[in-house]
Design a protein around this ligand. Structure first.
Ligand SMILES: Nc1ncnc2c1ncn2[C@@H]1O[C@H](COP(=O)(O)OP(=O)(O)O)[C@@H](O)[C@H]1O
Ligand SMILES: [Mg+2]
Length: 374
C-alpha cells in the first residue's frame, strides 16, 4: 500500500535578520509515519516545526497538507498539534480538565468528554490521576498530560519539539518507548525534533539530518547509520573515524598508507574520497597480522567495551573492543571490507573524525590532576 503524503515542503526558505536559516527545503512526510528532524542546536529544527504548525510563514516556497497549499491557513485551522519541551499546562486546572480543555471548547457532551479523557489517560499511563493538581506532578507526568491534551483532538499530525529534553536519562528512555507505542496505537503522524542522535535512531521510521539550513540526508535509521552520505552525517550519528582516502580502483580504497578491499565501486579512478570506519568495526590483532599498526594512547572502560585511542601515522583512531589493551601497547588493526564506508568529498571533509581532541582532553585532565597532587 502506498502511503499518502500528509505534509510536503516545497522549496521552503526562511531567513531571520538577513540570515538564511532554512535554504530551499524539499521534503514530504508520509501518513502515519514517525519522522525525526535531527540536527545540532540552532540548525532550524524548531523553525521548521513552527512553519508546519503555522506560527511562522515561509519567505519562499509552499507547504502542502494532504496535497493542498496551507501557507495562508491559520494555525488553529490546521489539523496539527504541538507538544513543546516546556509543558505549558494550565496550572489552575487539574489533570482531567487540562486534557479535556480542547473538547470543552468544542462543547462536546459531558459523557463523551469523560470517555475520551479516560481513554487518553490510559494511553499515556496516567490512570487514576484525574483529580491531581498538575503542579504537583513530576516532569515526566506533566509531559504525559501535555501529550494527552495534544492527542485528544485527534490531529492528523503531532509535532513534538524536544519533548523529553528536560527529563532525566532513565525516564527519557522509558518515555521514548512509550511515545513510539502511542504513535503506533493512534496512527497519528509524529514529527519529532531532537538533537539527540540516539533518540532519533531508536524511535523513528525516518530520520532527517539537518545542518547549515539544508537537509543532509533522509532515510531509515539503519540507512543513516550504515550509509552516511557525508562527513557531517557520519560524525553526527554515532562515533566515526573519518579519513582521507583514494579509490584506486573499484573495490579498492587506500587510506592510512594501506590499500583495503571494500564493497564500493563506481568512483573515478583515483578519486579522492572520505572514508568512514565505525569504532566497533575495527578488530584488534597482533601487529604482524595488522593491516594497520599503531600505538595505544588512551583506554577508557565503558562497561560494555573499552574505548581505545590508537595513533596511526599521527591520526588518532577510536576503536571499541572487549579485549583489554594497555596505553603504550603497539597493536595491529584489521578491518573487513564491509566495515569501510566510502563517501564523496563534501564541504564537511576534514572537519571531523580524528579523535586527537578526545585524547588531548584526557591528557589535559590528567595534567591537571598531577598538578593537584604536587
Ligand atoms: N523569531 C526569530 N527571530 C530571529 N531569529 C530567530 C527566530 N527564531 C529562530 N531564530 C534563529 O534561527 C536559528 C535557528 O533556530 P531554531 O529553529 O530554533 O533552531 P533549533 O530548533 O534547531 O535549535 C537560530 O540561530 C535562532 O537564533
Ligand atoms: Mg529548537
Amino acid at each position: 500500500m502506498k502511503q499518502e503524503k500528509v505534509i510536503q515542503l516545497q522549496n521552503i526558505s526562511k531567513s531571520f535578520d538577513g540570515e538564511k536559516i532554512l535554504n530551499n527545503i524539499n521534503l514530504y512526510i508520509r501518513d502515519k509515519e514517525f519522522i525525526t528532524l535531527l540536527g545540532p542546536s540552532g540548525c532550524g529544527k524548531t523553525t521548521m516545526l513552527r512553519l508546519i504548525a503555522g506560527f511562522e510563514t515561509p519567505d519562499e516556497g509552499t507547504i502542502l497538507f494532504e496535497g493542498k497549499p496551507i501557507n495562508d491557513v491559520p494555525p488553529y485551522q490546521r489539523s496539527v498539534n504541538t507538544v513543546f519541551q516546556k509543558y505549558a499546562l494550565f496550572p489552575h486546572l487539574n489533570v482531567f480538565e487540562n486534557i479535556a480543555f480542547g473538547l470543552r471548547l468544542k462543547k462536546l457532551p459531558e459523557e463523551q468528554i469523560r470517555k475520551q479523557v479516560k481513554d487518553m489517560l490510559a494511553l499515556v499511563n496516567l490512570k487514576g490521576f484525574e483529580r491531581r493538581n498538575v503542579e504537583r506532578l513530576s516532569g515526566g507526568q506533566q509531559q504525559r498530560v501535555a501529550i494527552a491534551r495534544a492527542l485528544i483532538n485527534h490531529p492528523k499530525v503531532l509535532l513534538l519539539d524536544e519533548p523529553l529534553a528536560a527529563l532525566d536519562l532513565k525516564l527519557r528512555k522509558d518515555m521514548q518507548v512509550e511515545l513510539k507505542n502511542m504513535q503506533k496505537r493512534t496512527g497519528i503522524t509524529f514529527i519529532y525534533v531532537t538533537h539527540d542522535q540516539e533518540e532519533a535512531l531508536s524511535m523513528s521510521d525516518t530520520v532527517m539530518v539537518i545542518a547549515e539550513g539544508e537537509i543532509q540526508q533522509i532515510g531509515t535509521p539503519t540507512d543513516i547509520y550504515n550509509e552516511p552520505v557525508n562527513a557531517f552525517v557520519a560524525d553526527f550519528i554515532g562515533e566515526s573515524n573519518i579519513l582521507d582516502g583514494v579509490m584506486t580502483a573499484d573495490y579498492k580504497a587506500t587510506f592510512s598508507g594501506h590499500t583495503f578491499d571494500c564493497v564500493d565501486s563506481g568512483f573515478e579512478k583515483n578519486e579522492k574520497v572520505d572514508i568512514v570506519v565505525r569504532p566497533e568495526d575495527v578488530d584488534v590483532v597482533p601487529c604482524e597480522r595488522g593491516m594497520l599498526v599503531g600505538d595505544v594512547t588512551g583506554v577508557t572502560f565503558k562497561g560494555v567495551h573499552y574505548e581505545i585511542i590508537v595513533d596511526i601515522r599521527g591520526f588518532k583512531w577510536m576503536i571499541q573492543s572487549t579485549d583489554y589493551v594497555a596505553p603504550g601497547d603497539h597493536i595491529g588493526l584489521s578491518i573487513d571490507p564491509d566495515a569501510i564506508h566510502v563517501m564523496k568529498k563534501s564541504r564537511f571533509s576534514n572537519m571531523f573524525g580524528d579523535y586527537s581532541s578526545f585524547s588531548d582532553e584526557l591528557e589535559k585532565l590528567s595534567d591537571l590532576s598531577e598538578e593537584e597532587n604536587e
